[in-house]
Design a binder for this molecule. Structure first.
Ligand code: GDP
Ligand code: MG
Length: 390
């Protein structure tokens, strides 16, 4: 009896993965992720449900629960609650528009993070017009057949600050790059721990598979020892072999990112109150202070007042990650902003204010809160040293 992957079936039947998981939940079929397989018997039942639904012209998802053949779970997949299913259940249906996933790439030094980003940028970002200088802005947008994917491109440890900035995650998905000739290294474990602490879904990219000494199987075995069991070993960890040199597997990686993003059901309100996070800040000799901001909610416009920490600024000019001038930017857009007077640090949150007066008020309030806190700390310290003397 042949088996079929959930996302393949969804694609073949022309429904989205969410819908497919809803039907499977209704049938009581357990799965670990959209790349889990289901058997032919269930495929037939699903086709029937969709056909009935089409005939009724209505939403037949609840009817799925009473489908006659109570489907049996795959034995290898019956041991735990599927995380993806829990996710699908928890989110109430939202009317907000979808937004692009924001992806961060982490891993041990020299395992190929920069090379992988460069390969994706080279093949997925439209080249700038001749004469244009592409500046490093700490993020870029890649175009794929499934839509836009935003990659955070900050070196080394800054990737960690952007994955979990002041409690709010910037990244929706973390790619852990592991070189196939080196396997798990200290910074690999650190990256995995960060992604787990931030509860960000992880995809494992085994890089450098083009090398003769590459041993992807060893990487998978080592991962298993960290309780990260690859799908082909019966677990739920997506592992994609890639080469940043030849480009092998990069397409698959992008596909898995899109699938993961679809399951996360990422949405944001472009009309809501603006909020964002600083990806990178620096001083340009000519332009002055430049800050890359990831828009998380709402929309930024040239002329808006922004507050970061105890500083505020007015957006004088905005460029997209490709260097093009833009007037506004919605959710999941990295933008470079001219208008701050101080260089903001990566990971800081950004809010907007109605006007300059309101921006000043927010700053004053924050400064006063900070002073109160400092005073209280000083008093506690004084009390402690007094107690030590007595
Ligand atoms: P990072 O420190 O993780 O950013 O690693 P880099 O991207 O700087 O790569 C480190 C070294 O590995 C460089 O010499 C790259 O050319 C090389 N490298 C990266 N990816 C691959 C790959 O897929 N295959 C091969 N053969 N070499 C790679
Ligand atoms: Mg690098």
């Amino acid at each position: 009896m042949s088996k079929v992957r959930i996302y393949t079936l969804a694609k073949d039947l022309g429904v989205d993965n969410h819908k497919m998981l809803e039907i499977l939940d209704g049938l009581g079929v357990s799965y670990k992720s959209v790349s889990s397989t289901i058997d032919e018997e269930n495929v037939e039942i699903i086709k029937q449900i969709l056909a009935d639904e089409a005939a009724e012209g209505g939403d037949a998802a609840p009817a799925a629960a009473s489908a006659p053949a109570a489907a049996t779970a795959e034995p290898e997949e019956a041991d735990e609650t599927p995380a993806a299913a829990a996710q699908a259940d928890a989110e109430p249906a939202s009317d907000l528009p979808h937004r692009a996933p924001v992806v961060t790439i982490m891993g041990h030094v020299d395992h190929g993070k920069t090379s992988l980003l460069d390969y994706i940028r080279k093949t997925r970002v439209a080249a700038k017009e001749a004469g244009g200088i592409t500046q490093h802005v700490g993020a870029f947008e890649a175009k794929t057949s499934k839509g836009k994917i935003v990659f955070i491109d900050t070196p080394g440890h800054e990737a960690f600050t952007t994955i979990r900035a002041r409690g709010a995650n910037v990244a929706d998905i973390a790619i852990i790059v592991i070189a196939a000739d080196d396997s798990l290294m200290p910074q690999t474990r650190e990256a995995i721990a960060h992604a787990q602490a931030a509860k960000v879904p992880m995809l494992i990219a085994i890089n450098k598979v083009d090398l003769p000494q590459a041993d992807p199987e060893k990487v998978k075995t080592d991962l298993t020892q960290l309780n990260l069991v690859p799908e082909e070993y019966g677990g739920d960890v997506i592992v994609v072999p890639v080469s940043a040199k030849t480009g092998e597997g990069v397409e698959d990686l992008l596909e898995y990112i899109s699938l993961t993003a679809e399951l996360e059901d990422l949405r944001a309100d472009p009309k809501g109150q603006f909020s964002g996070v600083i990806i990178e800040g620096r001083v340009d000799k000519q332009a002055g202070v430049l800050a890359t901001v990831m828009v998380q909610e709402g929309t930024l416009h040239v002329g808006d007042f922004l507050v970061v920490g105890e500083n505020y600024g007015k957006i004088k000019a905005m460029t997209d990650s490709n260097g093009g001038r833009i007037k506004e930017a919605g959710p999941s857009t990295p933008v470079q902003i001219l208008g701050f007077s101080e260089v903001p640090s990566s990971g800081e949150t950004v809010v907007s204010a109605k006007n300059e007066h309101a921006a000043r008020e927010i700053v004053a309030q924050r400064a006063s809160d900070r002073r109160d806190e400092e005073d209280a700390r000083e008093r506690r310290k004084a009390q402690r040293s007094l107690a030590d003397l007595l």
